[in-house]
Design a protein around this ligand. Sequence first.
Ligand SMILES: Nc1ncnc2c1ncn2[C@@H]1O[C@H](COP(=O)(O)OP(=O)(O)O)[C@@H](O)[C@H]1O
Ligand SMILES: [Mg+2]
Length: 183
Amino acid sequence: MLHDDAGQVLSAIGLHLDVLRGELTPEQSAQVVDIQKLLEMVISRIRAASQALHVNVVERAGLGFALEQLATKSREKGAGISVQLQIAPGARWPNEAAHAAYRITGELLENAMRHSGAQRIEIRMQSGTLEVRDDGRGFDVEKKTAGLGLFLCRHLAKRARLGFSLHSGAGQGTIVKLTLHGH
Ligand SMILES: Nc1ncnc2c1ncn2[C@@H]1O[C@H](COP(=O)(O)OP(=O)(O)O)[C@@H](O)[C@H]1O
Ligand SMILES: [Mg+2]
């Protein structure tokens, strides 16, 4: 997405300035540090604006559309991994649950891309459930509870009153199912 790109370009400028500082007088270097502080400010504002925009996308265009954007992004990042998205016709989620589901799905996709070695990731959205599954190496759910990402997912689900169930095991892939309250 455009905003993420802008943030990355600005971060790259910051790194170039780091290199430059090594070749400057102390006074000049101090000025560059000031410029870098301004850059940091702009970067964090872009990040906040970008997050607000995501919230808007979920609210205005709906969870299904926002998930399509996530899937597209994952396809671009994870060259060669198939990312399938199925949305049942007419499936619509209330705002609060949709926000949580969107953020959780983002983390689950990142996990699948980073940790699973999967060939195929599937996202399936229905009127009462959302499933994210991969056919990768899986992991021992009992042992691997320390990660911050999954901790946050459970927390977000709980706050939005979404059911959260995770099934995984060595060689079995990973399935996470979110359930809307009352389904
Ligand atoms: N889809 C997945 N496939 C294989 N392993 C996974 C998957 N999701 C999570 N894991 C394992 O669980 C750990 C915890 O995940 P997480 O809480 O998101 O933390 P992090 O991604 O920062 O390591 C990961 O480090 C990884 O070992
Ligand atoms: Mg993670």
